[in-house]
Design a protein around this ligand. Structure first.
Ligand code: UDP
Ligand code: MG
Length: 302
């Protein structure tokens, strides 16, 4: 469970997990990852673990906010179970679904991912999410299931495969699809947030969406080629027209305006292309630097 500033949700979350998992009679551990919270979430989490000495729990505190995807990677690193479930810390992923995950896993499915049938979010946000997932599916080089987030169960072999991937920029739901194995979706209704505000700002969401698209698709690069081909064809036609008029002795077309339009058009196509290439280059740069994915400040074990 990665969390950022979820002091109000953590006690309820831990309680709900205990209620959902204890009846199953399985040994389980709770791995909490504090993604650089600035409120008293860390203290609250520690107090909750202290109040429950029977709970097998690990609390990892990252040295700063690294983002949810990386917090999940830190959690996967620490988890020891035969299967690992990833879920949000704000109770939007209902703990009641965990029993169904585990049942499918016991029947031999390696990855059970949750598919949201309903989102209790504003219309615009829902529209943005749903168009992003559809775009990602169309463009990505691998099949990424629609409307599924990080919430899901992974078998040990899948977790090991994920941990062995060398890349530093981790878009978990994409990588999870990439590794393969036997995967299955499970429908559930996504709850509204229990307390507090969403921790993703619009900017962070756009970054995440760009990461997803660029890490799993070369379509933006193809777009540049098509743009180039299209504008080249247009240019050739225009040249043909100007030359043709000159040959039959007509005056070439006058006009500052048309010249400017053409210059601006090609200028912007070039800048856009640089931007797209730059996004890929930035990722190469980040990977090549080889900095650690995350840094841990503190680990508490109950
Ligand atoms: N989160 C995190 N690091 C971040 C942003 C979010 O660990 O940088 C956690 C957050 O505390 C929550 C989960 O990721 O447990 C999902 O975040 P949020 O509810 O903001 O996203 P949404 O539900 O809107 O997708
Ligand atoms: Mg949420």
């Amino acid at each position: 469970v990665p969390f950022l500033n979820e002091a109000d949700n953590l006690p309820r979350l831990i309680g709900a997990l205990e209620r959902a998992l204890t009846p199953l009679g399985l040994p389980w551990e709770l791995v909490l990852v504090d993604d650089g919270s600035r409120d008293n979430s860390l203290a609250v989490a520690k107090a909750e673990l202290q109040r429950r000495p029977q709970l097998n729990a690990t609390l990892i505190s990252l040295s700063r906010n690294f983002g949810k995807e990386i917090a999940i990677a830190a959690g996967l690193d620490a988890a020891e179970g035969d299967a690992v479930i990833v879920m949000d810390g704000d109770l939007q992923d209902p703990p009641e679904v965990l029993a169904q995950f585990i049942e499918r896993w016991r029947q031999g499915i390696d990855v059970v991912y949750a598919i949201r049938t309903k989102r209790k979010e504003s219309f615009l946000k829902r529209l943005a999410y749903s168009s992003f997932y559809r775009l990602l599916q169309r463009l990505s080089d691998i099949e990424i299931p629609l409307d599924s987030g990080d919430f899901g169960l992974m078998d040990r072999k899948v977790v090991n495969a994920l941990l062995a991937l060398p890349e530093r920029q981790r878009f978990i739901r994409g990588l999870r699809s990439f590794v393969g194995f036997r995967q299955e979706g499970l429908h559930y209704e996504r709850a509204g947030r229990e307390a507090g505000k969403p921790k993703y700002t619009l900017r962070a969401l756009i970054r995440l969406a760009m990461d997803g698209l660029i890490s799993f698709s070369s379509a933006p690069l193809n777009l540049i080629t098509y743009l180039g081909l299209g504008s080249c064809a247009t240019a050739l036609m225009l040249i043909g027209r100007v030359l043709g008029r000159a040959i039959i002795g007509q005056k070439p077309p006058e006009g500052w305006a048309s010249t400017m339009v053409v210059v601006l058009f090609f200028g912007s196509v070039q800048l856009l292309s640089f931007g797209i290439i730059g996004e890929y280059l930035r990722r190469i740069f980040l990977e090549v630097k080889g900095r650690p994915t995350f840094l841990i400040r503190e680990v508490v074990r109950s």
